[in-house]
Structure formats: structure tokens, C-alpha cells
Design a protein around this ligand. Structure first.
Ligand code: OAD
Length: 260
């Protein structure tokens, strides 16, 4: 018999999963917090200290217009962010999401994170809607390359192919999402999902909140894993106010328990 609220919630979620073929996981900075990465908002969030030492807000420093006019500023703060990520790796929460592919017909991950951890953990159907900070793109000749980290990279980087200015292949503030990725996402939505999880995100962007809200209204089970309340908390059937690693690991253990 389950004894705590947490155990009851894990049992409920696992039962819903056992009746599902397809699952969407929407993830944000909170899933990587237990890998030691800073989140954007909340405790030790990157955006809490609103003004940078260059006198601009961090959102301006990391914007498309700054990248065009003063790329050295954008690169400076991208490099600081990358330094905070360096040497860190995916955690058990990313790993469990990847392992779930062996149990379900279709698992899709829609992540806002630019750390690449879902790919590294083994997930094969990942839409990294904000890009990956290890991917670099030349603004002149469109040459693309991928680096393990920025340690050997001159900042701002110069294209080895044409000598042009390179940028990280991420979505900066004011910029549009990649149409290739939104097309992929729309294809996944057209196939539909039996369950939707929101893990470790404040869901401030409509394209992150909307799939949860729409699923909720369509009576498709929606689950949130986040210690705090967020934009979507009132649109989930089950709110687990716990951390991602403990929760996803408990779900995995429950799904794999041997039944007498
Ligand atoms: P936020 O920093 O806004 O939110 C992180 C969320 O994770 C918060 O709701 C925390 O409560 C939660 N959290 C913290 N630790 C957790 C844990 N161990 N387990 C589960 N949840 C935890 O990050 P995002 O929602 O990802 O975009 O931010 C979205 C976007 O805002 C980012 O992709 C970035 C930024 O602007 C761009 O750079 C374009």
C-alpha cells in the first residue's frame, strides 16, 4: 500500500503511463539544475541579477540585435554561460526519459535547454527548440560546426572556412524559432500524445505552455514535475511538487517493479 502523497502520485502517474503509447516531455532549466547548471529564474537564476557589468540587461546582451551590432557582448555572456555548464553532464532524470523509449511506442522531448543533455543521455526524438550552444554557425558562409565546449575557442569565434563571424546556433531574444524545428513539432502534435509531462520549466513561452494547456482541455493526462508553481500548474491533472531526479527515478522504479 502506498504510504505517502508522493508514492500515491507516482503510482497514479505510472498507471496512466501503462495505458499510454505516446508521451511528450516538455523540459526546461530545472531538469538540468541537479546536474549543477544554473536556472534562468528563481534561486541562483541567471536573470536575477538584471543588469550586466556592461550596463545592459542580460536579455539585451543575449539578443539578436546585440549579436548583429556588438557580437562581442553577446559572446561574452554566452561564454560565461558556457563556462557555468562546462564539465557538467546529464543526470538520472534525462537518463530515465531516454530509457522510457524502450517502453513506449513514441517518446518525444521538447526542450528549451541548450545544454544538449537529452541527446547525450540517449533520447532520439528531441526537439531542442532553442538550439544547442555547442553548435556554431558562420554568419557569412553558413558553415556549421560543433564544439565539445568553448575551451579552445577564440571568443568571438572566427569561421575556419571563410574567416567570417560565427554565432552560437541558439535562439536569442527577439529571434524567431527555427522553422525546421517548429515543423517537426507540428508533425509530432498531429500524431498526438496520450500523456504530456512538463518538467522543470516556468513555461513563460506560449509554445511551451500551450501544449500542456491544450492537452489538459482535451482531457489528455497532464503532469507537472516542479517544486514551484508555474504558468501551467493550474492546467495539470497531477502536480508533483518534487525535484525531477527523484520523481522520474521513482516512476522508472515503479514501472519496473516485479509484480508478485
Ligand atoms: P526557468 O529558470 O525559468 O525555470 C526553471 C524551473 O525549474 C523553475 O520553475 C524551478 O522551480 C524549476 N526547478 C528548479 N530545480 C528543479 C528540479 N530539481 N526539478 C524540477 N524542477 C526544478 O527555466 P526555463 O523555464 O527553462 O530561453 O526558461 C525558459 C527559457 O527562458 C530558457 O530556455 C531561456 C530563458 O529565456 C532563451 O534563452 C531563449
Amino acid at each position: 500500500m502506498p504510504s505517502t502523497d508522493f508514492e500515491r502520485q507516482i503510482e497514479q502517474v505510472a498507471h496512466l503511463m501503462q495505458n499510454s503509447d505516446s508521451i511528450l516531455f516538455i523540459t526546461g532549466a530545472g531538469i538540468s539544475a541537479e546536474s549543477g547548471l544554473p536556472t534562468y529564474r528563481g534561486i541562483s537564476g541567471l536573470y536575477n541579477d538584471q543588469h550586466t557589468e556592461d550596463g545592459v540587461r542580460i536579455e539585451e546582451a543575449l539578443s539578436g540585435s546585440m549579436m548583429q551590432t556588438r557580437p562581442e557582448i553577446t559572446w561574452k555572456y554566452m561564454a560565461q554561460m558556457e563556462a557555468a555548464f562546462r564539465g557538467k553532464s546529464y543526470n538520472r532524470a534525462h537518463e530515465v526519459i531516454a530509457l522510457l523509449e524502450s517502453k513506449f511506442e513514441r517518446v518525444c522531448v521538447l526542450t528549451q535547454n541548450v545544454d544538449g543533455f537529452h541527446h547525450k543521455a540517449g533520447s532520439t526524438n528531441v526537439i531542442d527548440i532553442h538550439g544547442n550552444m555547442n553548435d556554431l554557425l558562420c554568419l557569412s558562409c553558413r558553415y556549421e560546426t560543433s564544439v565539445p565546449d568553448y575551451s579552445g575557442v577564440e571568443i568571438p569565434p572566427i569561421c575556419t572556412n571563410c574567416g567570417g563571424q560565427m554565432r552560437p546556433d541558439v535562439v536569442l531574444f527577439e529571434e524567431m524559432l527555427s522553422t525546421r524545428k517548429t515543423t517537426h513539432l507540428n508533425q509530432e502534435f498531429q500524431k498526438g500524445f496520450d500523456m504530456v509531462f512538463s518538467v522543470g520549466t516556468t513555461s513563460v513561452f506560449p509554445y511551451i505552455a500551450h501544449p500542456v494547456v491544450a492537452a489538459y482541455h482535451a482531457n489528455i493526462p497532464t503532469i507537472e514535475i516542479n517544486p514551484d508553481r508555474t504558468e501551467v500548474s493550474e492546467f495539470v491533472h497531477i502536480k508533483i511538487a518534487e525535484k525531477a531526479v527523484a520523481t522520474l527515478n521513482a516512476i522508472w522504479m515503479y514501472l519496473n517493479r516485479s509484480t508478485p
